[in-house]
Design a protein around this ligand. Sequence first.
Ligand SMILES: Cc1ncc(COP(=O)(O)O)c(C=O)c1O
Length: 408
Amino acid sequence: MAFDAYHAPGGWAGDTREDGALLRSPRRGPTPGRSFALAAYLARWSTCAHHDLAASDSQSLSLAALLRLAGPEDMKRWRNADLGYADPRGASWLRAAVAERYVGLKHHDVLVSAGAQEAVACVLRALLGPGDHAVVVVPIYQPSELVVTSLCAADGVALNSDRHWALDLDHLASVIRPNTRLVLVNFPNSPTGATMDRTTLAGLIDLCRRHGLWLVNDEVYRQTDANPEGAIPPVVDVYERGISINGLSKGFGLPGLRVGWVACRDRAVLERVLAIKSLLSSCLAGPSEVLAHIALRAEPRITGRARATGRGNHRRLRALLDRHPERFEQDEPRNLAFAFPRFRGREGAAAFARAVASEVGLLVLPSVLWRSSLAPVPADRLRLGLGRRGSGAALEILEDHLQRRSHR
Ligand SMILES: Cc1ncc(COP(=O)(O)O)c(C=O)c1O
C-alpha cells in the first residue's frame, strides 16, 4: 500500500525510502516547498482510526471546567471580554503572567503568538536570511526544520539513540561555520523524549557564546518532563542570546486556545519577531487571552492532573511492552506525554502503524514521520501518545491486536 504522506503534493517522495533512510546527501541550501509528513499522515488515517495513541497533548479541559478554575478578576475579564482587535503583542497582564515563569523577565520581554508553532516560525524568520547558516538538532518538529531549510543553509546534528539520545557537542561544534547564526533545539524533545543534562546545556551555551549564536529552544514539552527535578532551566534564563518558546498546547492540554509565546531578553529581536508575526495574524483572540491567563494561574492543578494521567498510562504501557518483548523493546519513560519504543517486528514500524490503523482503527505514529533532510532519524520506532484519559483503552486495543497477531 502506498504511504500517502510520501506522495502528498509537494511531498518528500524521492528524499527518503519507505523505511525512512535518506536517499540523498543532507541538503545545504534553502529548500522551499516541502510538505509536513505528520499532518499528511494524520489527514490520511484519522478519519478511519477511532482510537488515539498519536496525540502528544495532554487531556484537554472543557470551557466550563477551565472557567471553574478562574479567580474573581479573571471571571470579570471573561464576562467583559472585548471582541475587538487586541494588542498585537498579547495583553500586558497575560504577558506579565508568562514573564513570571522566567527569571527577571517583565511583560515586555514576552510576545504572545497563535500557538507555539507561530512563535517558532516567526523567531526563525526574524533571525535567519539567505546568507546565513543554522544548526538544527534532529529529530525535531518537521515544520520547524522546514522553516529553517526554506530560509538558509543548514546542518543537522542527530541525537544519539545508542546513548539515550544524547547531544554530541563535538559534532555540533564541527558543523559551525563563520556564517552560522543560530542553533535550533527542542528539549524536552519530541518524539524521543530526550532531555539535556546541565553539563551539556552549559557546554552548548559556551559554544553558542563563543560563536555569537542564538540558541532557540522549543520548550513545549517542559510541563510533561518525566523528571522535573532534573530539568534544565529555560534557555532564556541562562543565556543572554537564549530564546525560549512555549505555550499551552501540550502539558496544559489546551491546544484549542492557540496560545504560545516567545521569551527573549533582546527587545530589538522581539520587535523583529512582532513585525514578522504581523504578516500572519494581527493579534490573539481576546477570549483566548483570558482563558490562557486562567490556565496559567491554575497551572499546578491543570498540569498536575495531566502528569498523573501520563504516569498511569506509562505504567500500563510498560506492562504491555513487558508482555511483548518479541515486538517491542522496553522504553524508559522520559516524557509523560508520550513514549518512543523500538519496534522489533519483521514488518517494520511504518507497516505496523498502517496495519493497526486499517485493521483495528488505532492511530500510532511511526518514527519515519520525523524524517529529516538534515540528519538520519531511526525508522524503527513508534511514538505513542500517553497524555489522554483514553490512552489506557487504546493500549488495550493495541494489546488485543498484538495477541491476535501472535496466534496467526
Ligand atoms: C515540538 C513541537 N513544537 C510545537 C508544536 C506546535 O505547538 P502549537 O500547537 O502550540 O502551535 C508541536 C505540536 O505537536 C510540537 O510537537
